[in-house]
Design a protein around this ligand. Structure first.
Ligand code: KG4
Ligand code: ZN
Length: 341
């Protein structure tokens, strides 16, 4: 089955063409991404109106690029899929409407996909089958621990009570005067710093539950800034690497500890990491070490599948299509669509 998928939930416009058969590794024939990060950087974050206008500008050339790279025509496509939520309403509308129009024009079915299900299964694209595992999705909008029994059977074990992990990276980066998106900037700056230089809180670690909270950590960074520079609270240049390394370590410690605890409770011996924050090398190394020590198998998504992309949406669509799922052409977008109600 050949799937063409579109992704436009936030500030990345993406189109992908993926071929797959049930239980077989999927073949990514094309995965095109047009990032708007440069455009939104000047505003310090994503501006929804600007994002949707850029999605409509980029989508058509991206689809043409994808079909060219994949060496297929629109008539070869068996199914058209698009992210229908969660995300920015005006951005979701562009991709979903375009995918429906393509489906009508080609006389093929349409399938609406939850963006988070795309992330969830992204570490398994080259395997095809979804084995029982414990999943951690860490993105700009979500921090989710899930017990996954299979492609159609998963339940939420924990989530954030306030900021998502990526959101904390972005907000702390802003406080430190680093550009958007903050995650990669903090990782870069942290490379020259000491992770134990500042003793930031590991929130909710002593709480027996599996929920997260990152707003206290954010406030702790803010207090440290005013403490170090009472005049105007801006970071002292010499402090920056240590602040970034210490903040990053605090986030990592909590994510690792809670994920391992969740795997143990759920009785899973495989842990899968996905989402934009899982690009962070220090985070990957910490998970690799902790999983080795605990005797868990660690699976991470290929870096090209961690940030927002359409190949993961196409793969999630394949898994659903193989089970007979199709969406109506009047299916709506859902900006607050939960992964698990
Ligand atoms: O999955 P994603 O691309 O989009 C959402 O669905 O949100 O995740 C974006 C988030 C942003 O918050 C960004 O700062 C963060 O992922 N991120 C990182 C890194 N690269 C991206 N966070 C930490 N370290 C990184 N290297
Ligand atoms: Zn995402």
């Amino acid at each position: 089955m050949l799937v063409l998928a579109l992704e436009s939930s936030c500030d990345e416009t993406a189109a992908a063409i993926v071929r797959g058969e049930p239980g077989e590794p999927a073949d990514i024939l094309a995965s095109e991404v047009a990032s708007q990060a440069e455009i939104h950087r000047q505003y310090g974050g994503v501006v929804p109106e600007v994002a949707s206008r850029n999605h409509s500008l980029h989508l058509r050339p991206l689809v043409e690029q994808a079909t060219r790279r994949a060496g297929v025509g629109l008539r070869d496509v068996d199914l058209f899929a698009a992210t229908s939520g969660p995300g920015l309403a005006s951005s979701l509308l562009i991709g979903a409407t375009a995918a429906k129009a393509l489906a009508v024009a080609a006389g093929r079915p349409f399938l609406a996909i939850n963006h988070l299900e795309g992330h969830l299964f992204s570490p398994f694209v080259d395997r095809g089958r979804i084995p029982p595992h414990l999943a951690l999705i860490v993105s700009g909008g979500h921090t989710l621990l899930l017990d996954v029994a299979g492609a159609s059977d998963y339940r939420k074990l924990g989530t954030t009570r306030d900021d998502a992990a990526g959101e904390a990276f972005d907000k702390v980066a802003k406080m430190l005067g680093l550009p958007y998106p903050g995650g990669p900037e903090i990782e870069k700056t942290a490379a020259g710093g000491r992770p134990d230089a500042f003793d930031f809180p590991r929130s909710m670690l002593r709480d027996p539950g599996l929920d997260f909270s990152f707003s206290g950590l954010k406030t702790a960074v803010l207090y440290t800034l005013t403490d170090r520079n009472p005049e105007d609270g801006t970071p002292l240049p010499d402090d920056l690497p240590d602040l970034c390394a210490s903040f990053q370590q605090a986030v990592i410690d909590v994510l690792v500890a809670k994920s391992l605890r969740a795997a143990k409770r759920a009785g899973r011996d495989t842990l899968a990491l996905s989402g934009g924050v899982s690009l962070n090398r220090a985070l990957r190394e910490a998970f690799a070490g902790a999983c080795r020590d605990a005797g868990l198998e660690l699976l991470t998504a290929d870096p090209s599948l961690c940030g927002d992309n359409a190949a993961m949406i196409a793969f999630a669509a394949l898994l659903r299509a193989h089970r007979g799922h199709r969406s109506a052409l009047d299916a709506d977008i859902h900006p607050n669509l939960p992964l698990v109600p």
